[in-house]
Design a protein around this ligand. Structure first.
Ligand code: NAD
Length: 175
């Protein structure tokens, strides 16, 4: 039995890099992958590649900073697949600059994509997972890294949110 056989999985940033790899590996393991990205051309190519190997995949246009995009993407998944089992919050931007060289706009963009995008998307899928009585939202571990760059500071905020969520799900709330 493949590990994610017949799971319906949404991978954000699925058109390139790690998101492409997540999409391909999950499809190889039997999942129905919805690869969502800003980049339609590359995303569509990833989906075609998965299908050629016998996997099940669809592309969805999604800007993770836009709540309307999330709602439209999730509505399409529910319409086609009937449920969403896993959300892989992979989409992110890398602005590899030291703090002193990072502009306010770059900082805001990092938070909009890498942090707020995860919050908005996770919030959008929760009602569907609650209705189904199961579901999982993941942030790939590689996204949590050192705090040297603002990018990783943003990710560190997410790490704290994850820890809070884990504590809450065990019944112990942090102050
Ligand atoms: N590659 C690394 O070494 C590394 C290290 C640490 C963290 N990360 C994190 O891992 C994740 C993926 O990294 P990667 O190297 O694969 O990046 P990448 O740039 O190769 O791919 C990112 C994908 O996300 C998409 N994307 C960007 N903004 C988006 C948005 N607003 N909405 C939807 N899609 C969007 C891009 O179009 C692209 O397809 C990112 O969150 C990144 O911050 C990567």
């Amino acid at each position: 039995m493949k590990r994610v056989q017949d799971k319906v999985i949404l991978v954000t940033g699925g058109a390139m890099g790690m998101g492409q790899t997540h999409s391909e590996l999950l499809a190889e393991q039997g999942a129905w992958v919805f690869a969502a990205d800003l980049n339609q051309e590359k995303g569509q190519a990833v989906v075609e590649g998965i299908r050629k190997k016998g996997g099940k995949a669809d592309f969805l246009k999604l800007d993770v900073t836009q709540e309307a995009d999330w709602n439209a993407a999730i509505a399409q998944i529910i319409e086609r697949a009937g449920r969403i089992d896993v959300l892989v919050n992979n989409a992110g931007i890398l602005i590899m600059k030291p703090v002193q060289d990072t502009t306010n706009d770059e900082w805001d963009r990092i938070f909009a994509v890498n942090v707020r995008g995860v919050f908005v998307g996770t919030r959008a899928v929760i009602p569907h997972m609650q209705k189904a009585g199961k579901g999982n939202c993941r942030i790939p571990d590689d996204c949590i890294d050192s705090r040297r760059y603002p990018l990783f500071m943003a990710r560190a905020v997410l790490q704290a949110l994850i820890e809070e969520h884990e504590q809450a799900s065990k019944g112990a709330r942090t102050p």
